[in-house]
Design a protein. Structure first.
Length: 163
């Protein structure tokens, strides 16, 4: 093989490596990186993210104020919070503690999960949402109606495991 025939062969090999490298790197990332306990931005709640089949889901694991205040407008002062704003009457007595509020997230690689929904028990509404791991201990949640342009974002902080 002459020098002139080796250069195109080397270039072809390099191009193939460059094309395959990003997909190999994304395949090496684990969707399980978001599993665990996350504190919401305001610090008044914690969400546990877990596997649900081949998707990712989340439930309320801790609330700073798990009970209604004494002067609750609904007459539930001192009682545990329930899902009373739910549009389905039959679900309004579900406790908020342990409530599954995140559903259906699919890992897409590049530290991104999408096609999920998040439920807000404070207003009884569900929103489309995406997750992105900003760092190993910061998770960005983007919730929206329709398209991502019409929504808002928040960043949650990973809760260190207590051993």
């Amino acid at each position: 093989m002459t020098m002139h025939t080796r250069i195109p062969a080397l270039l072809a090999a390099l191009i193939i490596l460059l094309i395959l490298a990003p997909s190999a790197g994304a395949a090496g990332l684990s969707g399980n990186a978001i599993l665990g306990l996350w504190e919401v931005e305001e610090g008044d709640g914690r969400i546990e993210i877990f596997r649900c089949g081949d998707k990712y889901c989340g439930r309320i694991a801790w609330l700073k104020e798990p009970n209604y205040p004494a002067d609750d407008r609904g007459g539930m002062g001192g009682k545990p919070l329930v899902d009373r704003e739910n549009p389905s009457r039959e679900l309004r007595n579900r406790p908020q503690m342990g409530l599954r509020i995140m559903d259906g997230y699919t890992f897409r690689g590049d530290n991104r999960w999408d096609d999920g929904t998040i439920y807000n028990p404070e207003n009884g509404k569900s929103y489309k949402s995406t997750l992105s791991l900003v760092s190993s201990d910061r998770l960005k949640l983007r919730a929206f109606i329709g398209i991502s342009l019409f929504g808002g974002s928040t960043v949650w902080k990973r809760v260190a495991s207590q051993k």
